[in-house]
Design a protein around this ligand. Sequence first.
Ligand code: HEC
Ligand code: HEC
Length: 406
Amino acid sequence: MNTTTSADIRHTEGQRPAWSVKIVLALLVVLGGTGCGATPPAWFRLNMVEATKQKLTSDQERQVATLLAAMFGTPDDPVALPETGLDEAKLRLAAGPVRSDIVGRKNGLYREHCAHCHGVTGDALGPTAAFLNPYPRDYRPGIYKFKSTERADKPTHADMTRILKNGIPGTSMPSFALLSETQIDALVEYVKYLSIRGETELGLIRAYFELDDDAEGKLPETREFLVGEVLEPVAEKWKTAADALIPVPEMPADIDMVASIAKGRELFYGDKANCVKCHGPTAMGDGQANDYDDWNKTIVEWTKEVVGTDDKQWASRAHRVLDGDSLEPRTIPPRNLRRGIYRGGRRPLDLYYRIHAGINGAPMPAAKGTVPPEDIWHIVNYVQSLPYELDGELGADRPMVARDRF
Ligand code: HEC
Ligand code: HEC
């Protein structure tokens, strides 16, 4: 066992006298030593795909689990270091087993409402996940799709709140509009916590690669490294998400809608925006459809590596991980834009965000840089007209829309 203590990391020795006890308990959970009889406490699963991909030894896997427990606590007892910018009180409302406190306030919201899809760890390996298409979001890489910020930036707190209130139409992600503002707020905070934890885990696993020989395969257990080098850069991106809002020019109030839709259509089928490449000549998603999103691509590419290897021992370990710690990869079809169902919201503004920045984690590219900002409104108007465009208007150069394909 190694010697990291929370005091190294937290700088707040004395405030939490029970800390070392907690670490030992966390370790017991992580190492699976839970005794028999009672239901074992919930535990965070290690990112086995990444750990196996980077060929970590079991000692190294244990070190990652120990460091993460020291920095983030456990599913029943989350810790928010000040550098995360997270509010521990909110996390406590969302974390833990489903229960009511002394004043009848519901706790354990995440496990009640989200974990069966998104998993206790936020790895999208909940028991329901395999049945769903699309799969639930794996929060660990910190990549989100439906937001008001530039493509590579984090969603704002308000973006996530919207998603929770509206759900994601056309997918199994439900609306949680019936929960109170405080509850939704706590859940958003908890999703951020799982993401920051997941990204920190990836940072730690990848850091073994850069170790000097004299480190003997062990990560430094200093505050400077763990918090300064690994955690803070991750947390910073979450804290500054609202600085990366997409600038949206006003749609001219006196816009000629017929002309705008015609211009939008030209752009849609033109070389620059090239929406037709994926959404297809009918805009029903009949273009290029053999691509994967980032989450599935990781698995597809790694599978190829595993299958192609001569190292039998590693291959058999990797196969076990692929079977137990990941879902069968699926391609991501470009959307049928004639159905008028928009996952990220159906306000013209939502479509503007989607087209400007593309969809992070998905193959859908950003129009930013290729289409001038004002012209994106023309594309928005055209996209909004698609569910109502008459078959006859598709033009002789494009196939007719077969209604039975809806
Ligand atoms: C029945 C399954 C299910 C449940 C329950 C569920 N989700 Fe989801 N969730 C999904 C699916 C599926 C997606 C992915 C949709 C997609 O990729 O288009 C998703 C995506 C998300 C996203 C990502 C949005 C983005 O912009 O990328 C967040 C955040 C999220 N869910 C939070 C939650 C929270 C918090 C809860 C509990 C309050 C919850 N979900 C409950 C299925 C579920
Ligand atoms: C490289 C392929 C590709 C190109 C090019 C592309 N898209 Fe997409 N688009 C996709 C995929 C894949 C999805 C589904 C993403 C998902 O489900 O997360 C999508 C989804 C969408 C959505 C649905 C958004 C939502 O909230 O549900 C809209 C609208 C859209 N695209 C419009 C466009 C427009 C307009 C263009 C051209 C400016 C374009 N796309 C170019 C692949 C592409």
